[in-house]
Ligand binder design. Structure first.
Ligand code: PLP
Length: 458
């Protein structure tokens, strides 16, 4: 590594997000240079299958010329304008309209931000503003789940339920509460049926609302299918139970579809796949296939009406971002959604997802595999030290991380969530490419198995 190589420059100056910074310094980064379809290439020309679509996000694949053209067109015409105080521009007005058309019923009002975390921060402020408008000044607490990921800003990071994003940051703040994650394989009691598990989680939620006082609980927020917490597919009836309890105590239901939205679960929104009727829905990532930073908060009209009345009373709705509703980002989103619709990528994600999950299911008998789970085109394989007892590996051995590193050597980018290995490839992936992705995974898993059997040497 020469002093001026990209690797050394990066290590010398760039602080990376969500990273063990010392490990990054020791190992140096893989510098990704370009992308094409489901593949990315590093600066030494090595090819990788991007089995995570970046960060669960590049739905239409890398190098899509129509998105480049849409960005260039908009850059030439109007590279920037804001939407504060009675200003508007075509791409954001058209995108808001398009989202209202695609979204689950009633979500007809749209607010744009630059990231998922900003969108969730905005949700908290919308809900607080709404409850203040109704004179419910105590109703401010949010309930989310352990294992949830809602972003890393101070407020959204409080909703997140992952220790790794909170340790050292004095989070969560006190408005946030967390209930158990709906992971039947891990969290069910011995002999407990799925239905009984759902009942128990429902009781936990209801008990928490009652203990806090329903007049203090504003909202429940959850990813329809939990992503970064381990690709957790909720058991049948889970969301119906959550909604029933929330409605009973006048607690808003918020679907964080930052990963689920725009086809990932084989439906346009995850709420459709899992029978959720959200009061507020958050989306991002696949909205532009992450070619541009953009997120959106979709709100039911009756909530919007109370907020709008309050803005008149207070003189303004004093919340927003300089680059929110950015014209280039919203223009790219419009083109990206057109591609998703024209190419039938939602149905394609459903079909390829079935194929991918059938392929992964063949690993279920592997001695290191505890559970294979997934829905649509998103899945995880959980590795365990003991298949029978479901005992986890000693975290010191860092089996998931080892597999993550080794996968690179075999041209595969996956994600290790602890010892759960996540797959979330671009929605354009073909059957042949899935076969190749699984072949590379198998080679890596075989190597890891040998390493485990050898006692995990350093
Ligand atoms: N919500 C969910 C469900 C996410 O998965 C993420 C990011 O992965 C976020 C929110 C935060 O989005 P961002 O990283 O754009 O802030």
């Amino acid at each position: 590594m020469s002093a001026n190589s990209l690797h050394s420059l990066d290590v010398a100056h760039h602080i990376h997000p969500v990273t063990n910074l010392r490990r990054h310094e020791r190992q140096g980064p893989i510098v990704i240079d370009r992308g094409d379809g489901i593949y990315v290439y590093d600066d030494e020309g090595r090819e990788y299958i991007e089995a995570m679509a970046g960060l669960w996000s590049v739905g239409v694949g890398f190098g899509e010329p129509r998105l480049v053209e849409a960005a260039t067109r908009q850059m030439s015409k109007l590279p920037y304008y804001h939407v504060f105080s009675q200003k508007a521009h075509a791409p954001s007005a058209l995108l808001a309209t398009k989202l209202a058309e695609l979204a689950p019923a009633g979500l007809s009002r749209v607010f744009f931000t630059n990231s998922g975390a900003e969108a969730n921060d905005s949700v908290i402020k919308f809900v607080w503003y709404y409850n203040n408008a109704l004179g419910r000044t105590e109703k401010k607490k949010f309930i989310s789940r352990e294992g949830a990921y809602h972003g890393i800003t101070i407020a959204a990071g409080s909703l997140t339920g992952l220790a790794g994003n909170q340790k050292g940051f004095d989070l969560p703040l006190s408005f946030a509460r967390h209930v158990s994650r709906p992971h039947y394989y891990r969290n069910a009691l011995p002999g407990e049926s799925e239905a009984a598990f759902v009942e128990r989680l429902g009781k936990e939620l209801e008990d928490l609302i009652l203990a806090e006082g329903p007049e203090t609980v504003a909202a429940f927020i959850g990813e329809p299918l939990m992503g970064a917490g381990g690709v957790i597919v909720p058991p049948k009836g889970y969301w119906q139970k959550v909604q029933e309890i929330c409605r009973k105590y006048d607690v808003l239901v918020i679907a964080d579809e930052v990963i689920n939205g725009f086809g990932r679960l084989g439906t346009m929104f995850g709420s459709e796949a899992l029978g959720i009727d959200p009061d507020i829905l958050v989306c991002s990532k696949q909205i532009t296939s992450s070619y541009q930073p953009l997120a959106a908060v979709l709100i039911k009209d009756e909530i919007y009406q109370a907020i709008a009345d309050q803005s008149e009373k207070l003189g303004t709705f004093g919340h927003g971002y300089t680059t929110g509703a950015h014209p280039v980002a919203t223009a790219v989103a419009l083109e990206n959604l057109a591609i998703i619709e024209e190419r039938g990528l939602v149905a394609r994600a459903a079909a390829m997802g079935e194929y991918m999950r059938a392929g992964l299911a063949r690993f279920a008998d592997h001695p290191l595999v505890g559970e294979v789970r997934g829905m649509g085109l998103i899945a995880a394989v959980e590795l365990v030290a003991d298949k029978e007892t479901k005992a986890r590996f000693d975290p010191v051995g860092k089996v998931g991380l080892k597999l993550f590193d080794r996968a690179h050597d075999h041209g595969l980018i996956i994600r290790a969530i602890g010892d759960s290995i996540a797959f979330c490839p671009p929605m354009i992936i073909t059957e042949a490419q899935i076969d190749e992705m699984l072949r590379r995974f198998k080679i890596t898993l075989d190597e890891i198995t040998d390493w485990v059997n050898a006692g995990m040497p350093d």
